[in-house]
Ligand binder design. Structure first.
Ligand code: 6GU
Length: 226
């Protein structure tokens, strides 16, 4: 898979991809992540990429021209399966959206910023708008990193234990069961006996029950549309 990210704050995206699982995925050749500085596509002598909103009002708007120049330059080298725009008014990112995106070959993510992007970009170039939750971030960069992380870890071979993404919370519509490691007793608090029993069937049953209980208690709407 290849993920291209267009942003006017490229440094914000340096950290998330240079460590741990996302770095290893790139080193293994399972994913390529390329961050593009929108300013490089500005023809303005001050390299501006935003301007005042027509009709007035507070906040700057990302201009259509640099964005379209950047998208078209990238499209010369490959076709994109999706051109995603990050925005709080997009569709919520769910595990099912991440699953869907994880089987694509080329993804392009445009980071929203300031008061938004010229509507013509959204109308004519964006294939999917994604929000990472009902709160407002100062920019789409962190959202783009979240989307990329949720997607990349699902690519086969990225996680060392191939089954571990399959047992994640949400993958079966349930949250994950509790986990424990050594010591078996800490300040009088014991690890549930069944986990020490070595009895695989009972452990599996216990974990499933815990998942169901936790889902009912913590995220009762999860099986619906919560
Ligand atoms: Cl994708 N962008 C911004 N700016 N804020 C958000 C968001 C995205 N998702 C939730 N809040």
């Amino acid at each position: 898979m290849r993920i291209d990210i267009i942003t006017c704050l490229p440094r914000l995206l340096e950290g998330p991809f240079s460590d741990s699982i996302l770095k290893r995925a790139q080193n293994k050749g399972l994913v390529e992540v390329h961050v593009h500085d929108l300013r490089a596509y500005s023809t303005d002598k001050h390299k501006r990429v935003d301007d005042y909103a027509y009709g007035g009002g507070a906040g700057m708007v990302l201009m259509v021209e640099p964005i379209v120049r950047c998208i078209r330059a990238l499209q010369e080298d490959r076709e994109y399966d999706e051109i995603i725009y990050t925005s709080p008014d997009g569709k919520p990112l769910t595990q099912s959206v991440a699953n869907e995106l994880s089987i694509k070959k080329n993804l392009l993510i445009l980071c929203g910023h300031y008061k938004g992007v010229d509507e013509r970009v959204r109308e004519h170039f964006i294939t999917r708008e994604v929000s990472i939750g009902d709160y407002v971030l100062s920019g789409g960069e962190l959202a783009a990193a979240v989307i990329a992380d949720a997607v990349i870890r699902l690519i086969p071979g990225v996680l060392s234990d191939e089954t571990s993404a399959l047992t994640d919370s949400f993958q079966d519509g349930l949250v994950a069961p509790p986990v424990y490691t050594r010591p078996a007793e800490f300040e009088g608090h014991k690890v549930p006996e069944v986990l020490l029993s070595g009895h695989e069937k009972n452990i599996e049953k216990w974990r499933f029950e815990q998942s169901v209980q936790r889902t009912n208690k913590r995220r009762p709407g999860l099986l619906g549309d919560d």
